[in-house]
Design a protein around this ligand. Structure first.
Ligand code: NAI
Length: 544
């Protein structure tokens, strides 16, 4: 249960956790000292939702809509989630990507009021005490960023706070995680963004970023302060620079309930897409050969999870990794290269040089190409045609975001492959008419994974989040795509039914948490019902 209202009347109307606005009943108005503080008409939640829709219609830009919804979240939480959960496919792009990117960039100029917790490096030694200032005691999910690599926008310092806030809104709206369990956190360790440092309106610490042992100690203090204040809370690391993200995950993943959505959630949603494609192709994962365009964080994270999933079908890890190839600015990533990171090395194989990416496709004969290069148009006509020559159903995943950076469009993939491509992208594309059929592109959005994982972790009290949970989540997502959706090329569930998809995925993940002995409670008889019992619904409480 969320904290109970501590006061009545006027202050109740200004606490978003309890406010019902015009929906307070006559009896509540009388009992809580609200008479005279509200217009006379008693309204239902449905009417209030309709009013929000009308108000949104009157706004011109997505940023204005973002700000309007943000104000609503700060005024009436139930109404906010009723709006979002009524049409998640429409509201996700408004409360999260792409709109949240602009909101983070303009955070200091549009700042209306605090939400979540700001933990500055200047408070080191006192984080335990600062976390006590949060009004909810049963925090189960913390999404935390240090603002250094916000989406593709770089270092936004304290403005990065928009990301944990938006992501946690999706935990609730798309996965049913109750909002009172959620805490957005910004670790303010400074910024190297000089435009921000020189902006008089900048809200964060005015200093260069802390690095090295001091940074590590601050992260460590944060983790321990969380464990002490909110035992059992899951920490999700979000939008840290790659050189911090990987070591932080490696340091805590085996001892704390934690994960990194940029690394693991991305990998899981890509794997879900491949499982979906394999349902169309009627083939096994262990027989696939994947070629990544790009060899950065996304590529290596996805390649690693695919390799682990291949081992579940009988391959050794070495055999599995040998089926995953990377191609970057210097060509195929081969073992003799001296510039490789620890994360690239497992996927560096022996191969003579090739002149270009189409040469790599012709030489390696991949069944699937995944674009995570950040460079548009690299899945050119010759590349797609080569894939279509090699494969009856070529799997083409241009995952680079935003749309302007996609390695190809859905239409290009379908047209150049003669309608045979199985397509999914990082950013959404409209359906395409080809050969008398309507082909529906999938969007590999992490939202298929993290909210469901969150609900499963909440319901079971999971103590760790091993990789196999992400593989289970990916499989569960793919299993939910209907045969008729597969016929139209769609390999992910419709975003309009994301909550239902998440509840199903959460149940399958919860099953594995119990199977693996990671749950903090005994296994219930009906896991589906058990998980659904935890899911938040935007319904007003009755006071009195
Ligand atoms: P990164 O910067 O770590 O890696 C980019 C890689 O692409 C590097 O290996 C670079 O060498 C390579 N590259 C750049 N130009 C190239 C060229 N002309 N030819 C071949 N390779 C080239 O970036 P990160 O974090 O791996 O992300 C990559 C992309 O994936 C981004 O656009 C991001 O938006 C997208 N992404 C999509 C996700 C999703 O849709 N669910 C999730 C995560 C990332």
């Amino acid at each position: 249960m969320p904290a109970q209202p501590s006061s009545s009347g006027y202050s109740l109307l200004h606490d978003p956790r309890f406010n019902k606005g015009a929906a307070f009943t006559p009896a509540e108005r009388s009992a809580l000292g609200l008479e005279g503080l509200l217009p006379g008409s008693i309204q239902t939640l449905e009417v209030q939702v309709a009013r929000i829709h009308a108000q949104l219609e009157a706004l011109d830009s997505d940023l204005q809509k973002y700000l309007f919804l943000s104000d609503l979240q700060g005024r009436n939480q139930t109404l906010y989630y009723a709006v979002l959960m009524g049409d998640p496919a429409r509201f996700m792009p408004l409360v999260y990507t792409p709109t949240v990117g602009e909101a983070c960039q303009k955070f200091d100029h549009f700042f209306r009021g605090p939400r979540g917790m700001y933990l500055p490096v200047t408070a080191r030694g006192r984080l335990r005490d600062l976390l006590r200032n949060w009004p909810e005691r049963d925090v189960r999910f913390i999404v935390v960023t240090d603002g250094e690599r916000i989406l593709g926008l770089g270092d936004l310092g304290a403005g990065g706070m928009g990301i944990p806030i938006g992501k946690l809104a999706l935990y609730t709206a798309c996965g049913g995680v109750p909002p009172h369990h959620c805490l957005p956190v910004l670790l303010d360790v400074g910024t190297n963004n000089h435009a921000l440092l020189e902006d008089p309106l900048y809200l964060g610490l005015r200093r260069e970023r802390v690095r090295g042992p001091l940074y590590d100690a601050f992260i460590d203090e944060f983790v321990h302060a969380v464990l002490e204040n909110f035992p059992g809370a899951c920490i999700q690391w979000e939008d840290f620079a790659n050189f911090n993200a990987h070591p932080i995950l490696a340091r805590y993943r085996d001892s704390v309930c934690t994960f990194n959505d940029d690394i693991q959630g991305t990998a899981a949603v890509a794997l879900a897409g491949i499982y979906g494609a394999l349902r169309i192709k009627k083939e096994k994962l262990c027989d696939q050969r994947i070629l990544f365009l790009g060899a950065g964080a996304a590529a290596t994270g996805i390649a690693e999870l695919i390799s682990e999933a291949m081992t579940l079908e009988g391959l050794s890890m070495e055999e599995a990794r040998a089926r995953n190839w990377l191609y970057d600015v210097k060509g195929i990533v081969t073992s003799e290269r001296g510039d490789l990171t620890d994360f690239q090395r497992p996927f560096a194989h022996d191969h003579p040089p090739v002149p270009d990416f189409v040469g790599a496709v012709n030489a390696l004969k991949p069944t699937c190409i995944i674009g995570v290069s950040t460079v548009p148009k690299l899945f050119s006509q010759p590349v797609i045609e080569a894939m279509a020559r090699i494969n009856q159903r070529p799997v083409i995943f241009p995952y680079s975001n935003p749309t302007s950076r996609s390695e190809c469009t859905a239409e290009e993939a379908y047209v150049w492959s003669g309608g045979r491509a199985i397509f999914a992208s990082g950013s959404p594309f409209e359906p395409v008419r080809y050969g008398g059929r309507t082909l529906i592109p999938g969007q590999g959005n992490n939202v298929y994974i993290f909210p469901a994982l969150g609900l499963a972790v909440l319901a079971t009290g999971a103590t760790r989040i091993p990789q196999k949970l992400f593989i289970r989540a990916a499989r569960a997502v793919a299993e939910q795509v209907s045969d008729s959706q597969l016929d139209s090329g769609l390999i992910y569930p419709h975003q309009s039914r994301i909550l239902e998809a998440s509840l199903n995925t959460a149940a399958r993940v919860a099953e594995m948490i119990f199977d693996e002995g990671l749950a903090a409670m005994p296994r219930p008889g009906d896991i589906d019902a058990f998980v659904r019992g935890f899911a938040y619904r935007p319904v007003y409480p009755v006071y009195g």
